[in-house]
Design a binder for this molecule. Structure first.
Ligand code: IPE
Ligand code: IPE
Ligand code: MG
Ligand code: MG
Length: 333
């Protein structure tokens, strides 16, 4: 992938190369820290770690730390912490969503069952906190605990709204702020702290990554309808089947006829596409410009993120963070 659109952009490969040594160390830390005295927790941790994943959040921690001038073992540990928190939320999320696949493989709940996965997720959360605790830094812990509560609130809000058709754009934004953008923002702030940044730079980097996270989730919700299953690693049209009314659909519903609204209600009620096939829904969203408007919103947050990161002094890391903004909206999974 390349980013020809902006003059100073660097490629995804180059971004990766800047942090690849550290990312390798992150994998080592996650591997070591995922060993429990009870084998099941270790096995589930290993299964998830080996299942792929873009490692976007650790990358954000590492690049932010390097941007601020320092990236040592502390930044590597914090990068491992955020990936472990991310993994724990995914284990719990797949239980909540009764998901069948994650990262192109059977999700952990389908292999070990709900009971075990709830506990394994708890164990992973606590292990992540224990790792963070070793820094003996209350500011870090404050951030991580607030963040985890935000993410749980996001999942709670999502649960309350499952199957409901009348979700407003404001409701949706409130949800993705908690469930996705809060973690992105925390990643950049943690990196900034480990990099020795002052409070102003930390807050600004947090704001950059918050916008990045919103753009990421907006794009994710478009991709849920438009991507190919093999690339996405989970079934297409999954969100609506799970009862989640996301932004492309919210926009389409603004102008939908009562008959079209009825089609969406049917899928929400049935939790499948048997009566109303997915292509019918896709056409409906497309016709009302739901995908286009969803992508435009994602682009607006990407632009905002780029304008914030452009304020930072030029360096390979700053340029990498500028280029990462384009990765949010120009991706296939
Ligand atoms: C999945 O995040 C959860 C969302 C916020 C949509 P990613 O798409 O970053 O998941 P992995 O880590 O690459 O699998
Ligand atoms: C993923 O949320 C978990 C969090 C972001 C906390 P979703 O349920 O929306 O995403 P997928 O589709 O399972 O990855
Ligand atoms: Mg889910
Ligand atoms: Mg979910």
């Amino acid at each position: 992938m390349s980013f020809g659109k902006i003059g100073q952009a660097i490629s995804a490969r180059e971004i990766f190369d800047l942090v690849s040594d550290d990312l390798e160390k992150v994998e080592g830390v996650i591997g070591l820290e995922s060993i429990s005295s009870v084998d099941t927790a270790t096995t589930i941790g290993r299964y998830l770690q080996s299942g792929g994943g873009k490692r976007l959040r650790p990358m954000l921690v590492l690049l932010s730390a390097k941007l601020c001038g320092r990236s040592g073992d502390g930044a590597v540990r914090m990068a491992a912490v955020v990936e472990m928190i991310h993994t724990a939320t995914l284990v719990h999320d797949d239980v909540i969503d009764i998901a069948k696949t994650r990262r192109g493989r059977p999700s952990s709940n389908t292999i070990w069952g709900n009971h075990t996965c709830v506990l394994a997720g708890d164990w992973l959360y606590m292990q992540a906190f224990q790792l963070a605790l070793r820094e003996r830094n209350f500011h870090l812990l404050d951030l991580l605990i607030g963040l985890t509560q935000m993410m749980v609130e996001g999942e709670l809000l999502q649960l309350e709204r499952i199957g409901k058709i009348d979700i407003s754009e404001a409701d949706y934004m409130q949800l993705i702020d908690r469930k996705t953008a809060s973690l992105f923002s925390a990643c950049a702030r943690l990196g900034a702290i480990m990099g020795g940044a002052d409070e102003t730079a930390e807050a600004r980097l947090g704001e950059f990554a918050w916008n990045l996270g919103i753009a990421f989730q907006l794009e994710d919700d478009v991709l849920d309808f438009t991507a190919h299953e093999a690339v996405l690693g989970k079934p297409v049209g999954n969100d609506l089947r799970e009862g989640k009314v996301t932004l492309p659909l919210i926009y389409a519903l603004e102008n939908a006829s009562s008959e079209e609204r009825g089609l969406i209600e049917t899928v929400l009620r049935d939790s499948n596409y048997d009566a109303v096939p997915l292509p019918r829904i896709l056409k409906l969203i497309e016709r009302h410009g739901g995908f286009e408007r969803g992508r435009e919103r994602a682009q607006a947050f990407t632009d905002k993120a780029r304008s914030i990161i452009s304020e930072f002094p030029d360096s390979p890391y700053q340029r990498a963070l500028v280029s990462i903004t384009d990765l949010m909206t120009n991706r296939d999974h």
